[in-house]
Design a protein around this ligand. Structure first.
Ligand code: 13P
Length: 259
């Protein structure tokens, strides 16, 4: 059975003290959490400080981005080993804000994915269509292109290090969530792509998250839907109680599944 995952993408929010306070408070609330895996992706500046707090905790840390080179004259960039040494096991790559605000191409994202995997960092690879692409019936084509570019050449040994997040661009930060049917359909397309490239067993064990205006109010209907294994949460991950409510929905669902 796939493990359910809830990841927080804080984007450019929370200074060091705010990150610390949030993490301390969340850790206390999650003491009895058994089934859901939690990943926090704070800004780079908070990573190391939080990692000290999470030393004996099951909450994992991830970076929000990364450069593909090892080191060098890349002002403002962060390398894989910097993320690792700051306590990260994960890194978000290909987020729609990186693709569309910072013009990151599929080729650039692919280089970052390969670097992450060769540095023992698990990439959370984001894919998703824009509104006009959905409206013109191009969703599957866009997802296929983003998927193929990201996964080409990844071995069967490395594929189980990857997490995919389907984040339709039109649902991010807009308050408009994909319906469970819309999300499940695209996530099924992604799972079939994994199956075509590898095999059904690998596809079935691949965690595929949904992201885009997830809140506790819509989390239940989404997590109950086929092909959704958890969430990548933006806005609602900034308030401990809101984030905890989403985690709780997923945890209760996981417990129900095991009965
Ligand atoms: P929101 O939850 O704020 O829509 O953001 C989603 C997201 O981009 C997570 O990576």
């Amino acid at each position: 059975m796939r493990r359910n995952i809830v990841a927080a993408n804080w984007k450019m929010n929370k200074d060091v003290q705010e990150s610390y306070d949030f993490t301390k408070s969340l850790s206390k609330k999650l003491l009895n959490l058994k089934r859901t895996h939690i990943i926090l992706c704070p800004p780079f500046t908070s990573l190391f400080y939080i990692s000290e707090l999470l030393k004996n905790s099951s909450i994992a840390l991830g970076g929000q981005n990364m450069h593909y080179e090892k080191s060098g004259a890349f002002t403002g960039e962060i390398s894989a080993s910097m993320l690792k040494s700051s306590g990260c096991d994960y890194v978000i790559l290909g987020h729609s804000e990186r693709r569309h605000v910072f013009n990151e191409s599929n080729e650039l994202i692919k280089k970052k994915i390969d670097t992450a995997l060769s540095n023992d960092l698990k990439p959370i690879i984001c894919v998703g269509e824009k509104l006009e692409e959905r409206q013109s019936g191009k969703t599957s084509e866009v997802i296929r292109t983003q998927y193929s570019s990201a996964f080409i050449g990844i071995s069967e040994q490395k594929i189980n290090q990857c997490i995919i997040a389907y984040e339709p661009v039109w649902a991010i930060g807009t308050g408009i969530t994909a319906t469970p049917e819309q999300a499940s359909e695209v996530q099924g397309v992604i799972r079939n792509l994994v199956s075509e490239q590898y095999n059904r067993e690998i596809a079935d064990s691949m965690p595929i998250l949904y992201g885009g205006s997830v809140k506790s109010a819509n989390a239940k209907s989404l997590i109950e839907t086929e092909n959704i294994d958890g969430f990548l949460v933006g806005g609602a991950s900034l308030v401990v109680d809101h984030f905890f409510e989403i985690i709780n929905v997923v945890e209760q669902f996981s417990i129900g599944q095991e009965k």
